[in-house]
Design a protein around this ligand. Structure first.
Ligand SMILES: [Zn+2]
Ligand SMILES: [Zn+2]
Length: 445
């Protein structure tokens, strides 16, 4: 005679189901919560555990994991999770926790008997890449970039930010047949909607290039519509953050504690490419990376296309300004001075002659005084860097959440004055949502 342990906090369910199972020839024990159920399973070693998902003290996911950890003591145990809820994510999480089957109540005893006899081979729905993608839809000709999120730190919607926009970092680049997305802050949601409307279900292939994994650069990804379309291919490229690795870091923000759909449950094919080299290609577009002065593993990118170059450094603080500031607390000797200036100069060389520079300009000098070592720049340093590097077009970026439209316009005007006081005619703008920049126009004749 087969034996089953029925774990459910609802006495009526226990009574009805155990009676029906016993009538069908099963030996049935009952437990009224997860903790009691785990103890009973270890003590009596039933052939099957039928376990409710949501119970006080110890839920069904925990029961599954606890019993699977003891698999040496419970060989061949079959776990059937039961629930009154039909959420796909609960189902997948139950399978991940160790369940063999997942049944939505009301449940008939015959269903359980069929599962115990092994006649039903239900398994977890495929959660990984959905097979080889079909070739990507053709991009419209022409190289351009578009800003979808320009804000730093946290989204700042509201009437005072409508002109420049309140979404966090996301920039779209279309160049040489490639669709490259720079960071996935909340702005990527708008880009995703735009792509869905443009491609209307045709398969899409794109590369998401991440500067780093601070929240304001990844928080929009769970809302990126193309990631929910099978046959789309999303390649995520970046550098490893602290310990966890790129894939785990992105998966963590989509764990069920924070979000209802897991990263690995997304229907599109998502391929992670953790870079080791600082110089690589996305199709014909050459990508060069540089580590910048920002907490954690953070890089800036330079993209060289056939019609112009783009540099993207959304989060960066001047080495010299930070380390040599009287309140920075570091050693202020000539050696430090020389070292920091050399580091800043290396960045200038990296940016040399770039057509479009998107650069962290979160503060002005006065605000910087209370933000030393936060990993962000003041616009005065952005202008100086761009001028030294011979940049053609500078976009002030990573706007402070405290800055409204009027304040940002004010900073741009000051930045332009600063450049012209040095005799420069470099174009300076503050990045704003929806702004489109044609790379063809930036290419000198
Ligand atoms: Zn940031
Ligand atoms: Zn950051």
């Amino acid at each position: 005679m087969k034996s089953a342990l029925l774990i459910d906090d609802d006495p009526i369910v226990r009574k009805v189901l155990s009676k029906a199972l016993a009538a069908s020839g099963l030996s049935v024990r009952e437990a009224k919560d997860g903790e009691e159920g785990i103890q009973a399973a270890l003590q009596h070693r039933p052939d099957a555990v039928i376990c409710d998902l949501l119970m006080p003290r110890c839920n069904g996911f925990q029961v599954c994991r606890a019993l699977r950890e003891k698999s040496a003591e419970l060989p061949g145990l079959k776990i059937i999770v039961t629930t009154h809820r039909g959420f796909a994510t609960d189902r997948l999480n139950a399978f991940e926790s160790g369940a063999d089957h997942y049944l939505v109540k009301p449940i008939l005893a015959e269903e359980i008997l069929r599962l115990l006899e092994g006649k039903d081979t239900e398994k977890a729905a495929p959660t990984g890449p959905s097979g080889a993608p079909v070739p990507a839809a053709q991009l419209r000709p022409g190289n351009l970039l578009r800003f979808w999120g320009v804000r730093g730190s946290i989204p700042t919607p509201g009437p005072t930010t409508v002109f420049y926009g309140g979404n966090t970092t996301c920039v779209e680049v279309r160049a040489d047949g490639q669709l490259i997305v720079l960071d996935s802050g909340s702005g990527i949601r708008l880009l995703g909607n735009h792509l869905a409307a443009e491609f209307k279900g045709r398969a899409l292939e794109l590369t998401l290039l991440l500067s780093h994994t601070h929240w304001d650069h990844i928080q929009g990804f769970p809302f990126f519509a193309p990631a929910y379309v099978a046959n789309n291919l999303v390649r995520i490229v970046g550098y490893e953050g602290y310990r966890k690795g790129l894939e785990n870091t992105l998966a963590m923000q989509m764990e069920s504690t924070y979000f209802p759909v897991g990263l690995r449950q997304l229907p599109s094919s998502i391929i992670f490419s953790e870079q080791k080299e600082m110089d690589f290609h996305i199709g014909p577009v050459r990508i060069r990376s540089v580590f910048v002065n920002h907490p954690g593993v953070t890089v800036g990118y330079r993209l060289d296309t056939t019609t112009g170059s783009i540099a993207f450094l959304p989060d960066h603080e001047s080495y010299a300004r930070m380390r040599l500031h009287p309140r920075a607390g570091g050693e202020q000797g000539q050696g430090t001075l020389d070292y920091c200036r050399a580091e800043d100069q290396k960045l200038v060389e990296f940016l040399r002659g770039v057509d479009v520079l998107i650069l962290d300009s979160q503060y002005d000098e006065a605000e910087y005084e209370t933000h030393i070592g936060w990993g962000h720049s003041c616009y005065e340093d952005s202008v100086a860097t761009a001028l030294a590097a011979g940049v053609k077009q500078l976009f002030l970026f990573h706007h402070d959440p405290q800055h409204d439209d009027a304040r940002i316009s004010h900073l741009v005007a000051h930045a332009r004055d600063l450049a012209s006081s040095h005799g420069s005619s470099m174009t300076i703008e503050a990045a704003r949502e929806g702004l489109e920049v044609s790379l063809l126009k930036t290419k000198p004749n």
